[in-house]
Design a protein around this ligand. Structure first.
Ligand code: PGA
Length: 252
């Protein structure tokens, strides 16, 4: 595991984007696991910038996203399909048919989940998985629970996630209560995992995830078993780790 501390969000985003660019340069047909949320937006901005400058092409890449709200269509402004299109896909040369997100409108959960797992398997797994982390330690929508969910599933969102995500909706009641999420298995089996984490409010949970016990009550703690994990954080998010384990932190 590498923990990279950047002075601020911009530097953190550029550093994390650099790992993705390196992946795409060295394997142009990479399978990229992508994430939504506010933290990865800066990463996507850098990738768009490098693409527009002609340094980086995604024309042979395949993407699989972590999750999608149940009940929202791909053109709903709060859906993750819409988010990915607005924040990344429509600005780069990725082929739309090579981008994959669970279909939130399909309520045949067994079919959606089995198909998503088959898809990831048929792609030979994920080369590089980008992750954020929820305030409660979730990765994707794998919420704190009694067990680690290995496969894609339809999950109930916890109250803390509903509250955290209500900032994107007009009213808290509008936040969908369920979502499809990739399970833990393809995430921990990814050849490389890059996590981005920003802000003081994440300092405690990222510390607990990386240095506390591995427990499904803190889903991100499973990342401790990932060999090729790089955590890129800003100084606020990594403040507790930098204080308690300064020897495990690299600075950029
Ligand atoms: P955030 O979300 O980047 O908007 O904080 C992270 C997450 O919930 O995974």
């Amino acid at each position: 595991m590498r923990i990279i501390l950047a002075e601020n969000y911009e530097i953190m985003s550029k550093k994390a984007a650099g790992f993705i660019a390196a992946q795409v340069y060295t394997k142009p047909d990479s399978v990229l696991g992508l994430a939504t949320g506010s933290t990865p937006v800066g990463v996507y901005d850098n990738l768009i910038d490098w693409h527009k400058k002609g340094y980086l092409s995604f024309k042979d890449c395949i993407t699989v996203n972590l999750d999608e709200y149940c009940g929202l269509s791909a053109d709903h402004p709060q859906s993750y399909a819409y988010f990915m299109n607005e924040k990344l896909f429509r600005h780069i040369d990725i082929k739309p048919e090579n981008t994959h997100i669970p279909d939130g409108l399909n309520d045949d959960a067994d079919a959606v989940c089995a198909a998503y797992d088959r898809l990831i398997e048929s792609l030979g797994g994920i080369d590089l998985q980008l992750l954020g982390i929820g305030n409660n330690g979730h990765i994707g929508f794998n919420e704190p629970d009694k067990y680690f969910r290995m496969d894609t599933g339809k999950v109930d969102l916890t109250l803390s996630t509903i509250k955290a995500n209500s900032r994107f909706f007009e009213r808290e009641e509008d936040v969908p209560r369920q979502a499809y999420t990739m399970g833990i298995r393809p995430i921990v089996q990814a050849k490389q995992v890059i996590m981005v984490v920003s802000g003081k409010q994440k300092a405690e949970i990222i510390y607990e995830s990386l240095f506390g016990p591995v427990t499904p009550m803190v889903p991100a703690s499973i990342l401790q078993i990932v060999q090729n994990l790089v955590v890129c954080g800003d100084a606020d998010a990594l403040s507790i780790i930098a204080e308690k384990h300064p020897q495990s932190v690299e600075f950029v």
